[in-house]
Design a protein around this ligand. Structure first.
Ligand SMILES: Cc1ncc(COP(=O)(O)O)c(C=O)c1O
Length: 403
């Protein structure tokens, strides 16, 4: 049995090195397209340097590939059932809690299906919290540059939403929030920590100062930190994603962005106070109180997170985060050097610039934007771990040639 397993692992490893055929021509052709595309993947925030090879070797070699686990239930509160990875999920949340400024005994969290799933919980938990505290449904305030999932989720949850104007660089304007604030109802703030196109960070302190002028308004703060929440805890700017420093109640982060989980996943963390003020659903067949939205939840993604904590960990993530900041500054400097109009928000790994030709946009999988204040057609590069200085040099050369 053991020999058979070793053989299987050897075949798997050899296949990965040699580029194994699937036996399906169409799939093999697409595999080549994807592997080639990965080399110049500049426009979207997926870390293409995934550190999961050994995980897959273990997954196959241990026979786990044939075991169907399910994390239905609450990983933080209750007895994890045997056929789940909830014990590991809880350890993941406890590892990340202090990085986002939460005390271990005052945090609740889950590994989510994505950043959107985390925002869904942030908005749902925030609305329930405010309703249970005040007897009134809140108004949600989001900047007009925030990710569309927040608007979609307010629609889905039938919540009143006020879109607040942002400045040219994409940050919610505090004076506009002040003008729009409905002081007769609680406020559910969604702060963008890295707006999707311009990489803007809402100025939490300035916006909180506006809210502090109205003590009669009960406030709940959810931070949508899908991308920036991955790398900021590992930089000198870590206070921006600290619950303790910034007073937010909940935060959502994507797992497939900075952390390089190879399919959609994420983290959602909130205060225990938030959790304690949710509606109860005692579910007998799951032997617990189900406060979260989803029933079945992925059991493999928490294992991948847990694996990365052991194998990559704080030091490597800090190195990667700082390399990303350095390469972002390098990209901006190189664009400036060739006179290509470009802009970057502080603390951001996103540089947006005048849109180049369609050929270059296609080759580098650039994400597109439009803003007349910056001359109209725009594109952006998100400097993730795989966007190195060498690759940036090639990209700049391509722009220069096209010029
Ligand atoms: C700011 C922001 N929030 C939320 C999301 C959605 O995250 P996900 O794709 O993990 O659902 C994104 C995606 O790019 C984003 O940029």
């Amino acid at each position: 049995m053991r020999r058979k397993m070793s053989l299987l692992v050897a075949v798997f490893v050899a296949a990965m090195c040699l580029g194994q055929s699937s036996g399906f021509q169409k799939l093999d052709e697409w595999t080549e397209v994807w592997k080639e595309g990965q080399q110049t993947y500049f426009g979207y925030p997926c870390n293409q340097n995934s550190a999961l090879r050994e995980f897959y070797e273990w997954y196959l070699g241990s026979g786990m590939y044939g075991v169907n686990l399910n994390n239905a239930g609450d990983p933080m509160n209750g007895q994890p059932w045997k056929m789940s990875s909830s014990t590991f999920e809880r350890e993941v949340i406890e590892y990340f809690a202090p990085l986002y400024g939460f005390e271990k005994d005052q945090v609740w969290g889950i590994v989510t299906h994505s950043g959107t799933d985390g925002n869904n919980h942030g908005i749902y938990f925030g609305a329930n919290y405010l309703y249970n505290k005040t007897g009134k449904m809140p108004v949600v305030y989001v900047s007009d540059e925030a990710h569309y999932s927040n608007m979609r989720l307010c629609d889905l949850q039938n919540l009143d939403l006020k879109l607040i104007k942002s400045d040219a660089m994409g940050r919610m304007i505090p004076e506009e929030l002040e003008k729009a604030l409905d002081t007769s109802r609680p406020a559910l703030m969604v702060y963008a920590m890295g707006s999707t196109f311009k990489g803007a960070i809402d100025d939490q302190e300035a916006l909180n100062a506006v809210l502090d002028k109205h003590p009669e308004v009960m406030v709940y703060r959810h931070v949508d930190a899908a991308l920036f929440g991955g790398y900021l805890p590992f930089t000198v700017h870590k206070d921006m994603v600290s619950h303790k420093k910034m007073r937010f109640d909940a935060i959502a982060i994507s797992g497939h962005k900075f952390f390089g989980i190879d399919s959609p996943s994420g983290l959602f963390l909130c205060t225990k106070e938030t959790y304690d003020n949710q509606d109860n659903f005692q579910v007998t067949y799951l032997n617990g109180n189900m406060k979260m939205i989803n029933c079945s939840r992925d059991a493999v993604q928490p294992l991948k997170f847990w694996w990365m904590i052991q194998k990559v960990g704080f030091e490597q993530w800090s190195k990667q985060a700082n390399q990303m900041m350095e390469c972002t500054a390098y990209l901006k400097a190189q664009l400036d050097k060739i006179g290509w109009p470009c802009w970057r928000n502080e603390y951001s790994n996103t540089v947006f610039f005048k849109r180049p030709s369609k050929e270059i946009c296609d080759e580098y999988v650039l994400a597109l934007g439009y803003d007349e204040r910056f001359g109209g057609d725009l594109a952006h590069v998100v400097v993730m771990q795989h966007v190195t200085k060498e690759k940036i040099d090639k990209f700049i050369a391509a722009l220069k040639n096209a010029k």
